[in-house]
Design a binder for this molecule. Sequence first.
Ligand SMILES: [Zn+2]
Length: 269
Amino acid sequence: MEVDKLNAVEQGLIFEIAKRDPYTFIVNYCSTVDEHGVGSRVKLYPRVQNIYVCNQCKVSYPIDFDPMNTPFAWREKGVLKVIEFKPCPRCGRELQIPWGYLKAIIDIWKITRKFLCPKSRQMLLSWTMVCCHLWEDIVAPNTLSMWQSKTEDKAKELIKRAGDVHSHFPQFIVDMESYGALKRPPSQLEYWFVNGSRVKAVPKGPEQATSFTCSSFLSDEMAYQEEAAAAYAEVVPTLGGIGRFTGISTLNGEEFFWRLINDKKEGEV
Ligand SMILES: [Zn+2]
């Protein structure tokens, strides 16, 4: 981890910011684990670069990156490409800011209590949301995050990802009393932190969703959960003013998730 190379004062400063800012937390302490390749597959979470380079002019420029004004987009059935483009100050050619949309997504997630985002493959959105919820569970003690997906196995995969990210934290974080060790050994359906917070996988359906009162609820592949509308209607009132609802999904026609993100009522197109 890059952050391991910093001295204790520098680490402490970053850590103080990271406690308040999920993006700082994620780019410094979180990794992704590639489930498809072989060998060493742990990668640091991608960091938005703070310079961009014009290959034509061979000049680099600092990025004045404003996440709240960054258009981010996704392309169904394709690799996400649209990030932010800036014209080269010299030749005017459009230069891409890699991963710029991730910072925008994390910053928007942080300030909203209800966050819905369509996704495509290779966008890192599921990882990002796992990391955002980990951040919240770790910095705030005694939280309960419930993660629901289209099948129980898919929900377990999210819990496994939480464990993968947590087990690859830099050593100095692991050494901190309330951040490192688990209160209990992880199970496939639950992950506990020593500060009393936990994440819990729940299968689809409204009864499952409200079996516990949680502080945050993550619905994964929401457009593929037939009972998403019922679960949403049951869960949202239980979250009150401070709980968080996050829904992410690839699109699946004009169903409930699509209607929510497009602000449409049933039957309206
Ligand atoms: Zn140029």
